[in-house]
Design a binder for this molecule. Structure first.
Ligand code: RIB
Length: 323
């Protein structure tokens, strides 16, 4: 597909910074995901750009944002491909750093043909070695921006310094706490939007989340830690919002035929960041992000499966939903 949102064409679009991981995805599909000790013959293999940070940057750029990425790659073929991909997607890559010591990270992804569900081992490599000064300098240089998007796939020092810098420079902070990992208590008050899925919400809150009711309890516990707005993504059950005024809203998901759910959370977060930066309220941003996530699961892959703005708008128009 022709690139529709190169950054150079897109200077007036809302500015979003993503600080996070890039890894190369090595994805195999099979009838089922192997259990411990099992070997399963696969049906399909594909490698391509991935990492939660990189995927979210692509999702935000394709949705119409003027996006800058901060990450670190190795000086290797995967790193060269990553950089080329960011540039082709129109993402500002001045602060896509290179490491002489560490290789570009990789993710080993297994997808079940039957359910579209996945299991992943991610090895961050170079993006797990982001220096505090490097990140501080990058955020300062890329400022001003409306939204700073973070995840938990890089080293935590880089995340902590991003939270502090983002706040200091007046950015709204969107934290997607993935993969599930505890966040030290003192950082919660710097988070404007916290977007865990069920597993991450359970890890962070200590409340096991299966139902929407559980999600309400978990959201209250997370808000009590200091995060302003909580959006718990619940897959087919939609998303549960607890906003800064203490109001709950449940947003149903869009029904689609899922072939690969990998990266659906990234599709949601990238589109959510863009919608916030465009000035949508938390409810409108969630509906918009749900549409982007629904489109992404109908396609195989992660970053390459992210939806373009026209597709999201058309998807919502076809369902008579306005945001
Ligand atoms: O969220 C999906 C991503 O998680 C994959 O692209 C893989 O790289 C892992 O980091």
């Amino acid at each position: 597909m022709q690139n529709k949102n190169r950054a150079s064409d897109n200077r007036s679009a809302p500015r979003i910074i993503v600080m996070g991981s890039f890894v190369t995805d090595l994805m195999g599909r099979a009838a089922h995901i192997p259990v411990d000790g099992e070997t399963v013959k696969g049906t399909f293999f594909k490698s391509g750009p991935g990492g939660k940070g990189g995927n979210q940057a692509v999702a935000a750029a394709r949705a119409g944002g003027n996006v800058a990425m901060i990450t670190k790659l190795g000086r290797d073929a995967f790193g060269d491909m990553a950089l080329e991909n960011f540039i082709n997607e129109g993402i500002h890559a001045e602060y896509v750093l290179r490491s002489d010591e560490y290789a570009t990270g990789a993710a080993l992804i297994m997808v079940s043909e039957k359910t579209g569900q996945n299991s992943i081992i991610v090895i961050p490599g170079a993006c797990g070695q982001l220096g505090e000064d490097e990140v501080r300098g990058a955020i300062r240089a890329l400022s001003p921006a409306s939204v700073l998007v973070l995840q938990l796939e890089t080293n935590f020092e880089a995340i902590a310094v991003s939270l502090k810098m983002g706040k200091e420079l007046g950015m709204e902070i969107l934290m997607n706490p993935a993969p599930a990992h505890e966040i030290p208590e003192e950082y919660y008050s710097m988070i404007d939007y916290l977007t865990p899925n069920e597993t991450e919400a359970s890890t962070l809150s200590g409340v096991p989340v299966v139902s929407v009711e559980d999600a309400r309890r978990a959201a209250l516990a997370l808000q009590a830690k200091g995060a302003r707005n909580i959006i718990i993504t619940l897959g087919e059950k939609g998303a549960l919002i607890l906003d800064s005024a203490g109001e709950f809203k449940h947003v149903p998901s869009f029904k689609v035929d899922a072939v690969d759910t990998t990266g659906a959370g990234d599709a949601f977060n990238g589109a959510f960041a863009l919608a916030l930066a465009e000035g949508k309220d938390i409810y409108g941003a969630t509906v918009f992000a749900n549409a982007a996530a629904a489109l992404s699961v109908t396609r195989i892959g992660t970053a390459p499966a992210m939806a373009h703005r026209e597709e999201i708008d058309e998807f919502l128009r076809a369902r008579k939903v306005s945001v």
